[in-house]
Unconditional design. Structure first.
Length: 84
């Protein structure tokens, strides 16, 4: 059950990261999510308390990313148009 929840949060984090309009932010948050989840679930000693703490922190990060991606979409910067 915890693995399904972790995968759901992981996919949601990648989905929220992909909604950023800026290339650097998109790739930074996707890379950060991959590194965090791989580091945590790649370790051999994962007890129940640390798993719950990690999932809670991951949920908080997911909520933050969803809010920030909405803000990013509201204030999208367009390149200036110049005429010659």
């Amino acid at each position: 059950m915890a693995l399904q929840e972790a995968m759901s949060i992981y996919r949601g984090t990648l989905r929220a990261a992909s909604k950023f309009t800026d290339y650097n932010f998109r790739h930074y948050f996707a890379r950060r999510a991959r590194e965090d989840f791989r580091a945590f679930y790649g370790s051999t000693q994962v007890d129940d308390a640390s798993r719950k703490a990690f999932l809670e922190k991951a949920k908080e990060n997911l909520n933050m990313l969803e809010r920030q991606s909405m803000v990013s979409q509201m204030y999208k910067v367009t390149s200036p148009i110049t005429r010659r």
